[in-house]
Write a protein that binds this ligand. Sequence first.
Ligand code: HGY
Ligand code: MN
Ligand code: MN
Length: 412
Amino acid sequence: MTGVAGLLGEIAGIGRDSARGGYSRQGYSRTETELREWFVAHAERRGLDVRRDRNGITWARWNPASVDGKAIVTGSHLDSVPGGGGYDGPLGVASALVAIDLLAARGVRLNRPIDVAVFPEEEGSRFGLACLGSRLAAGAVDPSRALALRDDAGDTFADVLRRDGLDPAHIGADHELLESIEAFVELHVEQGRGLIDIGQPVAIGASILAHGRWRITIDGQGNHAGTTLMSDRHDPMVAASRMIVEIRDAACAVYDARATVGRLVPVPSGTNVIASRVSFWLDVRHPDTAVTASLVSRIRDLVARVGAEEGCVATTTEESLSPTVHFDAGLRSTLRATLPYAVELGTGAGHDAGILAEHIPTAMLFVRNPTGISHSPEELVEDADAEIGAAQLADVLAALASPGPRAPHPPT
Ligand code: HGY
Ligand code: MN
Ligand code: MN
């Protein structure tokens, strides 16, 4: 039986980014299709029934005894951020396949089906809206807004869906799907230092920070770098630079807040040209939804003030906002009973499990990342920890899909 490391090794060459390092695997792209085909081949080899729904989510059902009942779902995503690591997403998908292998080898008899789900565009790296697939299914984004989203090449989501064999007219809330799910447990690489500091391989997810994304656009006066006196400039690049430092200072003044500007696009972006426009994207997070909102409100004010001081016009537009998520208490207690050695850990990273949490009981398992670095090629999971994670996911799936007495697997 191939373990998690072996499965991930099979896709290690897909979507590599030689310029940035790591992986750039965009949602609804040929790369994601190649990864999805890898997953489907493995699912079908295990006798799982595979389908792709109208929002582009892939479902693989393991139901050897054809039992009825709402499904226990696991899985994650296969897309990445630009220059991302190889575990954020794929670890949860590979671990789900190995967990099913372990359950089959143990001869576990299910009393409800187990589904493995692969959600598209979880990172929102292509169309700017994170968890696009799960948001569509959950009715958390208006389909017409989603269809009009454009990628950097200018293609609309509607165009891309058509090219991907999906019908734009059919995307949107899938109540029947949500009604068919008993619980969703997503295994994911831990994206900070949480598990390093406590010396454990696996933790149970407790919560997800409130987080959102805002686009800041600054319009100035494009001009010549050589003929424009410094006193005559309305330079949006200077305004942006000042804003970014003040945003950092504003976030540092709020305990446990995080604010990031990782993407900035000047127009026209010429070495000897004063930019006419600069857009940058803001990511703000905090354990408390209201504190996130109040920090963003202060940032909106500083953006407007600095823009005016630099003789520019600056606007801030909200692109997404996800409130704090507390995972399902009942599910967490089942996970604690099943994995008595695992601690509970909050996360600052958003996940499809966070989007679905509003509609179905969801929980997460985090697997130790010895670098504590994520959204970077340095993201890592040791092979041994990956196998422990899959074994503990198998225990959790067994506890949920075939209840009965069993000894917990200590984290060897
Ligand atoms: O941005 C996030 O937290 C997640 O990786 N999509
Ligand atoms: Mn991520
Ligand atoms: Mn992820």
